[in-house]
Design a protein around this ligand. Structure first.
Ligand code: 2RA
Length: 350
């Protein structure tokens, strides 16, 4: 029989995209239960064309559940994913709570699908959206050339900070929209926006904010450490050299990254483009003469990682420079979680 699925965090920014995916991807589930905090319980949401009432998170909701997806904050996942596992479910967790646990696989199906089968705690982790926005493309290049080092700068969308991030950006845009004097003198955007910075440490509208996550050692952010540690774990390269600078930009959804990647052997621009174009989950849009390259406005709402501006570095024959975009709520979150859950569903029914 088809597995029973619980979606925990069904009412959040990622949860909403998950319901859309569950309604449009191949239907591999029997019963689907929608679960959220007691505050959202009783709400009605539509999935697979069917209205379902949201259940309040409690141990009983996991009874008879085969797969439980968690799109919840770290603390919620930390407490509840093990409870789901105790009830016999495989938990697929999109929080940061278990990603670096050696007994929890960190899975990107296009890169390391086989890792999903070895899950001693009954938990599988989904990577952070910034790592996910580049790792499928980097995995394909690694298989061809052997990756040695990554230097990346991210251009992260407001929705990476959840619904609060989206609301903050729209509120701020309303305050600055139409005023052609703004952005000419230092401090004017800040004055127009006032104190309502939402989850960001500086105004996001008409601005660029070199900060995502929380402060870690020596000035690095949690987001930058995630890009490093998760890339190493997914690619199976524990000593990969990684430097990231994570930056928030006034885009609603879709993270972008500029990447300088150094390999074990010389690279060729055309061949690298072919490798990327042939990689499952990657689309190459790279015709600068025709003005064609990926941008968040063109990529939002789509599944693949879009890559363009592929160049061999001028000063290092072993290095490539490229730009990529991925919808942070889809491949960056809900889609990758859905793909992992489908791997588990196939395993459970085989
Ligand atoms: C962000 N990566 O974009 C984070 C959220 N998971 O803020």
């Amino acid at each position: 029989s088809k597995p029973t699925l619980a979606v925990v965090g069904a009412t959040g920014a990622v949860g909403s995209v998950m319901l859309e995916l569950l309604s449009t991807r191949e239907d591999v589930y029997g019963e689907i239960r929608l679960v959220a905090s007691p505050r959202s319980a009783g709400k009605k949401l539509t999935v697979r064309g069917e209205q379902l009432e949201v259940l309040a998170l409690a141990p009983e909701v996991f009874e008879g559940v085969d797969i439980a997806m968690f799109d919840t904050p770290d603390e919620v996942s930390k407490q509840w994913a093990p409870i789901a596992a105790e009830h016999g479910a495989v938990a697929v967790d999109n929080s940061g709570a278990f990603r670096m646990d050696p007994d929890v696989p960190l899975v990107v199906p296009e890169v390391n699908a086989e890792a999903a089968r070895n899950r001693p705690k009954g938990i599988i982790s989904n990577p952070n959206c910034t790592t996910l926005s580049m790792i499928v493309a980097m995995g394909a290049l690694h298989r061809r050339y052997g990756l040695r080092e990554l230097v990346v700068a991210s251009y992260q969308a407001a929705s990476g900070a959840g619904q609060a991030g989206i609301d903050t950006l729209y509120d701020q845009l309303e305050k600055v929209g139409g005023n052609r004097e703004l952005g000419v003198r230092a401090g004017d955007v800040r004055r127009a926006i006032g104190d309502d910075l939402g989850p960001f440490p500086a105004p996001l509208a008409m601005n660029v904010v070199p900060w995502a996550g929380s402060l870690k050692e020596d000035g690095w952010t949690s987001e930058e450490m995630k890009v490093r540690n998760e890339s190493r774990k997914i690619l199976g390269l524990p000593n990969l050299r990684v430097s990231a600078t994570c930056v928030r930009v006034p885009v609603v959804t879709t993270h972008s990254l500029a990447v300088h990647a150094v390999f074990d052997q010389p690279v060729d621009q055309r061949e690298a483009q072919e490798v990327l174009a042939a990689a499952p989950g990657v689309v190459l849009v790279d015709d600068p003469a025709a003005g064609e390259f990926p941008t968040p406005a063109d990529v939002v709402g789509t599944d693949p990682t879009w890559v363009g501006r592929v160049r061999r570095s001028l000063d290092d024959p072993n290095a490539l420079d490229l730009f990529l975009c991925g919808d942070n709520l889809r491949k960056g979150a809900a889609l990758n979680t859905a793909q992992i859950a489908e791997l588990v569903a196939a395993e459970l029914t085989s």
